[in-house]
Design a protein around this ligand. Structure first.
Ligand SMILES: CCCC(=O)SCCNC(=O)CCNC(=O)[C@H](O)C(C)(C)COP(=O)(O)OP(=O)(O)OC[C@H]1O[C@@H](n2cnc3c(N)ncnc32)[C@H](O)[C@@H]1OP(=O)(O)O
Length: 300
């Protein structure tokens, strides 16, 4: 990459980080430190990140199989750390979020939930997770939730913090919150409304309806049903294959595509147009653009 291109790229990364700092600003300081300490006390499981440098696809794996990959407090903290690592992965193109051992995630760890079952701590935990999941959705990488087995409660919310949801033929997404006397709190309701519309979101939340692949596709929550079952071990290969046409090309171009979509999705039109111009400036006259101009391709 040219010195100029690298500088433009750094500028775009800086602007995403600034946007995310703005998201996080209201959770900074002692209040968040307080909830961090409490979350740290509920350990168990891990969130692993594997950056596949050849393909530019990262695998983000929730690993707590003894509890159906439920989020312990320490896993919430680890997720934030992993998202932070992805925010600065300039060579990356995509991230696949998956659960270990053939199931996605059964939400927050009910042991941790019981221990912080007071409104103050609950709201701080939600604020923390909302920030992390907002940053996940804003990553300049194409994100995919690979739903094998069950995505329940907070696990269902996590799927909505990805650009796409792929499901194995026996996968289920279920917003079980109502059965727990709750509503989504990790931003899942706000994102669900934007994905499937308010009518469908109301049905899914008020009915705590099980979304199987057919129902999910019909309402637009599921982008693709993978023709394999959970835990067979080949769902990831299917997901990578599904993803491949979308990540063909150089990382700076894929990241620019994601950035213009994020700004179009989140910002008022005038600001989105301004951001689009800035992002355009990062690729115009860049190496991929110059190479394409030299090759004079025909788009047949
Ligand atoms: C804002 C966030 C809101 C939330 O996320 S609230 C949490 C919502 N999630 C839930 O209520 C999940 C409750 N669990 C279940 O429904 C079932 O365990 C589930 C996931 C359908 C799996 O059923 P089965 O296949 O029959 O397996 P099982 O029940 O024997 O579970 C295996 C072991 O996993 C444990 N587990 C599952 N989900 C958990 C959770 N969220 N927190 C803590 N532990 C959890 C379960 O207790 C069991 O452990 P153990 O073998 O009894 O020691």
């Amino acid at each position: 990459m040219s010195v100029c291109g690298a500088a433009r790229c750094r500028g775009a990364v800086r602007s995403i980080l600034q946007q995310n700092r703005a998201v996080c600003s209201h959770t900074s300081g002692s209040a968040v430190e307080g909830i961090r300490e409490k979350l740290q006390a509920f350990s168990g499981g891990s969130v692993e990140l594997q950056k596949q440098r050849d393909s530019g696809v990262a695998l983000l794996t929730l690993n707590n199989p003894a509890r159906m990959n439920a989020f312990s407090g320490s896993m919430m903290l680890e997720l934030e750390q992993r998202v932070r690592e992805l925010e600065t992965w300039t060579e990356g193109k995509a991230v696949i979020v998956q659960g270990a051992a053939g199931t996605f995630c059964s939400g927050s760890d009910l042991n941790a939930v019981r221990a912080i079952a007071n409104p103050h701590d609950g709201m701080k935990m939600c604020e923390f997770m909302q920030n992390t999941l907002t940053r996940l959705l804003r990553l300049p990488l194409i994100s995919v939730a690979l739903v094998e087995g069950r995505a329940l409660g907070g696990g269902a919310e996590l799927t909505t913090a990805c650009d796409f949801r792929l499901m194995t033929s026996d996968g289920v997404i279920q917003f079980v919150h109502k059965h727990m006397g709750l509503v989504p709190g990790w931003g899942g309701a706000a994102r669900l409304v934007r994905i499937v519309g308010s009518q469908n979101a109301l049905k899914l939340l008020s009915g705590a309806k099980k979304v199987d692949p057919d129902f999910g596709k019909q309402m637009g929550l599921v982008d693709e049903v993978l023709h394999c079952s959970s835990g067979e071990g080949n769902a990831l290969a299917h997901a990578e294959q599904w993803l491949s046409p979308f990540i063909k090309g150089p990382a700076p171009v894929i990241q620019a595509v994601k950035r213009v979509v994020v700004s179009g999705r989140e910002l008022p039109l005038a600001e989105a147009l301004q951001t689009e111009r800035s992002v355009f400036g990062t690729v115009w006259g860049g190496p991929a653009n110059l190479k394409a101009l030299a090759l004079k391709p025909k788009h047949k």
